[in-house]
Write a protein that binds this ligand. Sequence first.
Ligand SMILES: Nc1ncnc2c1ncn2[C@@H]1O[C@H](COP(=O)(O)OP(=O)(O)OP(=O)(O)O)[C@@H](O)[C@H]1O
Length: 344
Amino acid sequence: MMLEVKINKAFGNFNLNVDFRVEKGIIGILGPSGCGKSLTLQAIAGLLKPDKGKIAIGGRTLFDTENNTNVPTRKRKVGYVFQNYALFPHLTVLENVNFGLEHLSKQEKKEKVAAIINTVQLQGLENRFPIQLSGGQQQRVALARTLVTEPEILLLDEPFSALDQHVKKRLELELLDIIKQNFTGVVLFVTHNIEEAYRLCDYICLYDKGTNIQFGEKSEVLQRPTSKASAQIVGCENIFEINQAEKSSIVANGLKLQVNSVIQTEKKYVGIHSHDAIFTSNKYEDNTYQYKLNSIVNSIDRSIVSVSINELDFKVNVPKSQVTKILNENSYLYLPPDKLFLMH
Ligand SMILES: Nc1ncnc2c1ncn2[C@@H]1O[C@H](COP(=O)(O)OP(=O)(O)OP(=O)(O)O)[C@@H](O)[C@H]1O
């Protein structure tokens, strides 16, 4: 079911200016803090009124300044799970889940709530209060309370940020599993963590300074950021200004690099992810350069090796086991042409 969002909202020193259409899947909305991710969800849910624009789901207009449409939140069929779950502390699990179903008969309510409690595996906890539940269980109550209202789209605003790091990954997968098995509509999932977006989403929508700047299938967005801002959001460590461009090569600070992409004049930067650069002992390939080793920072199983070629500083992310090889051999840094991307 198509979700169309084309809205503007001015806040003095911040402008929300969003324009996208998505049809299916789990879409990760990714961007730095304060870039307008939550405001977008609030506008879709009807909690924030844009100055101008249109929001529609499956052809059903929720908001349109052209003809003064502004459907109230409770009639939008939009499910919203907040960062801190926003459960009612004085209501039990059952009462929290029941909350959105006021209009149904007692019997209908009972059946629906029992089914959803089963789905999110909260059987036996129906009479507990939120404070008597773990973070993951509270999150499932919040999801149940949303799903029971049968929304057409689901908005998740950093649903894992309140959880401990060590339970986070397991719960992420559990929650996404429940959603995938019980919900077929569009899911907008706000996060500022690229790893999380990559693990959980099908598509990624990048945000910067109040605007959506790139949308696509997740690996495409990660591997081919189209602008410097996109590359920074997806965590690319190696971004250089292009000084000169030829037919199939560019020069960045004196370093000549073959590239696979077609060179267009508006492209101003070249980038490569730290895990795509390769240490090699073969010096015959294109894009293979001697380097100066600056530093090595080890994590549990990977190492970040900082090197310089001419005046350019590169970060290279390699398995820790390769580091001894780098130090012992006369090695070169290879920057594969198909892994270099050009950006505006
Ligand atoms: N009512 C308001 N008046 C003025 N500015 C506002 C208002 N609400 C939000 N903002 C500003 O709009 C910007 C975007 O806010 P938003 O909550 O959407 O950010 P976000 O991308 O969700 O960030 P985070 O990842 O930190 O939650 C912020 O700079 C914020 O200060």
